[in-house]
Write a protein that binds this ligand. Sequence first.
Ligand code: ZN
Length: 342
Amino acid sequence: MPTACCLVPSPNHTYPGHPEAPERFSGLGGWRSRSYAAQLLWLDPSPAGAEEVGRVHTARMLKELEQACRQGPAIIDLAPTYVTRGSFDDALAAAGGALACSRAVLDGTARNAFALVRPPGHHAEPDRPMGFCLLNNLAIAAADALARGVRRVLVFDFDAHHGNGTQAAFWDEARATYFSTHQENIYPGSGQLESAPHARGRIVNLPLPARSGDAAFTRIADEALAPLARRTAPELILVSAGFDAAWRDPLTALGLSPAGFAALAEALVALAEECCQGRIVFVLEGGYQATAVASGAEAILGALTGSGARPEPDPSPYPESDIRPRLDRLVEMHGLRQSQSN
Ligand SMILES: [Zn+2]
């Protein structure tokens, strides 16, 4: 079965000097010359509808966002998040891309999928757009999957920022498990290790030091994510793929290289094969350096197609930080010791 993909570049969603710009996608397209190109099924998604979007966002938020866009361009928060006259339609198109990808996987058209969309989504909360994000693309796709009878979803979010919006969308949703890794002490400030005490073992937050690097993410996948997935037994895995976790990203400093993204993507795909017949959907979030976005996207596509193809190495020049003490604490806090999960 193929890997479904969609590309929603939203070229008119742009604001002078803002890093969340169409240029983020300028390096994409390297997949065309890759061995796995024939395995990619390119979808032509429709915009998300009111029913799908309304499963995550309040009617009032949607009305106010649409109005702000129609009166745009404008800055609507301190992140700063911007809107233009076409941004509401662009946001519906991005959410539609995530929906089309997850539906292709659920209906068996594709084994797995990658939605390359913007504007991004994971900071958008049910009642407010936030952090360069207008609608929460991944949460809309996850809620749609639950509405279609999927019993449990697992969301892994490796964007360098905490996905406060996705966490808020599933704060009290027992069928959704959310695991976020993010750089500590940066925007939006949420996602502390001890947060969400009501949902231990279901809402899992791992703030990381700057320059955690590739080895940290291999360890996180093996020691925390895999036991969480085995215990949760999801029927679909969704991934907030933020390539601002790249060492080259100008906004953040988590220190991943293309090889690190490839190893992480391969681990995630293997986990989906083990837990849920390979059903995994990646949705693009942040990433503000075009070559890092491009190599990260190729790492994901190489893993999804099982081709073994990896992007060109571009190792971080910085020493990696030790995450052992906090990872041990996280594993303890959420009951993820391997022996407990068996
Ligand atoms: Zn981010």
